[in-house]
Every structure is written in structure tokens, then in C-alpha cells.
Ligand binder design. Structure first.
Ligand SMILES: N[C@@H](CCC(=O)N[C@@H](CS)C(=O)NCC(=O)O)C(=O)O
Length: 202
């Protein structure tokens, strides 16, 4: 199984999930600017041109981080990386995954260097992201992980995108629960391994 990634970007969550699941995989680095990987044109693998993408053992290419995370969790139900499909708890988990993907991931992602926008627009986006971070912070003040007492793949996704806040000038010092969560996540062996495998720093 191949996980297409770029150092520090949003395939980190999938990688953490694969490690938590104990599944075998290879990391394949993608140059997101050139849309190339060691085998040539990345768009021939994934026409969307972005990561994460997970090439399954049967050759099927799975894209969209929030879906990849669910697929990984569903391979190892005994590890409880997500509630069982069809339960109300699962819908709650999907709500969080979607919230992280569409509100936090895309909000923070739009602030990265390549984006051309004036300061006013940037501040507006930061203001909106702060509102979303406050929601997650208030939630995490009530339980150590997003789904309660135990780790789930939603935590891997949140950890992945919250790592970017400092890089794009979004202050999280007022979000004590988020800070505590990030520290706890960075101490997980799978997170340390995933970060090291991407050649980035904790
Ligand atoms: N809808 C995708 C978005 C993934 C995404 O934003 N990937 C970024 C890295 S974090 C990327 O590859 N950007 C390069 C590009 O858009 O061309 C998902 O949720 O997985």
C-alpha cells in the first residue's frame, strides 16, 4: 500500500492512522509544485494533483483525507479508531472529521505562502479560523480526545492541521485545551514515528 505525501502537509494524519492501525505501507513523496514523484507525473496517479492519496493493495486509489482516515479505521475495528459504521457515534465522528476538513484544514491551508491576498482578507480568514478553533478548544476542555477518553483518527487529523497554526500566524495561546491536546499527541509513539518519517520536526 502506498501513501502519497509531502513533508508536513495533510497526509501526516493518514500516516499516523496507518501506524495506529498497524497496517503496512510505503511512503511516496510528491513534489506538489511540480506535481511529480519518483515515478514521474503525479497527475497520472491522482488527477486531482494533491495529497493525501492512498493506493490500496488492489490498486484502487483512495483520495480525500477524511475518507482515507475512515477506511483505515474500518480495516481494524478491534482497534477502535472510530465508532462502528452506522451508529450515531460514527455520525458524530464524521461530523468532526468534516469540521476539521472544511473549516480548519481549508481555513489554515488558505493562509499558506503561495496564496496571494491582501492583509484585510488574511485577517478575516484568521478571525474565522479562530472561531472554529474556539469550538474545538471548548470541546477538548471536556475530554482529552475529540471522541472522548480514547484516541481516534479524528485526533490525528486535528493534530496534523493544528501544527500549521504557528506557520501561518494564527495564535493559539488563548486555547489552553488545544495546547494540552497538541502536547499529548506529540508524545504518542506513532506521531513521533510519522513526524520522523516525513523528515520534519515535532
Ligand atoms: N480535499 C482534499 C484536500 C487536500 C489538500 O488540501 N492537500 C494539499 C496539501 S495539505 C495539497 O496537496 N495541495 C496541493 C494542491 O492543491 O495542488 C482533502 O481533504 O484531502
Amino acid at each position: 500500500m502506498n501513501l502519497f505525501y509531502s513533508p508536513g502537509a495533510c497526509a501526516l494524519a493518514s500516516q499516523i492512522a496507518l501506524r495506529e492501525a498497524g497496517l503496512n505501507f510505503e511512503l511516496v513523496k510528491v513534489d506538489l509544485k511540480a506535481k511529480e514523484y519518483s515515478g514521474g507525473d503525479y497527475k497520472k496517479i491522482n488527477p486531482k494533483g494533491y495529497i493525501p492519496a492512498l493506493q490500496l493493495p488492489n490498486g484502487h486509489l483512495m483520495t480525500e483525507g477524511a475518507v482515507i482516515l475512515q477506511w483505515i479505521a474500518d480495516q481494524v475495528p478491534e482497534k477502535n479508531l472510530l465508532p462502528k459504521f452506522g451508529t450515531m457515534e460514527r455520525y458524530k465522528a464524521m461530523e468532526w472529521l468534516n469540521f476539521i476538513a472544511t473549516e480548519i484544514h481549508k481555513g489554515l491551508g488558505s493562509l499558506f505562502g503561495g496564496a496571494v491576498m491582501n492583509e484585510e482578507t488574511k485577517e478575516q480568514i484568521k478571525g474565522k479560523v479562530q472561531l472554529r478553533l474556539a469550538v474545538l478548544n471548548n470541546h477538548l476542555a471536556t475530554s482529552p480526545y475529540i471522541l472522548g477518553e480514547n484516541f481516534s483518527v479524528a485526533d490525528a487529523y486535528a493534530y496534523n492541521v493544528l501544527r500549521w497554526t504557528g506557520l501561518v500566524g494564527v495564535d493559539t495561546t488563548q486555547h489552553a485545551a488545544l495546547q494540552k491536546f497538541m502536547t499529548a499527541m506529540s508524545e504518542r509513539p506513532t506521531v513521533k514515528e510519522a513526524v520522523a518519517a516525513e523528515g520534519i520536526r515535532l
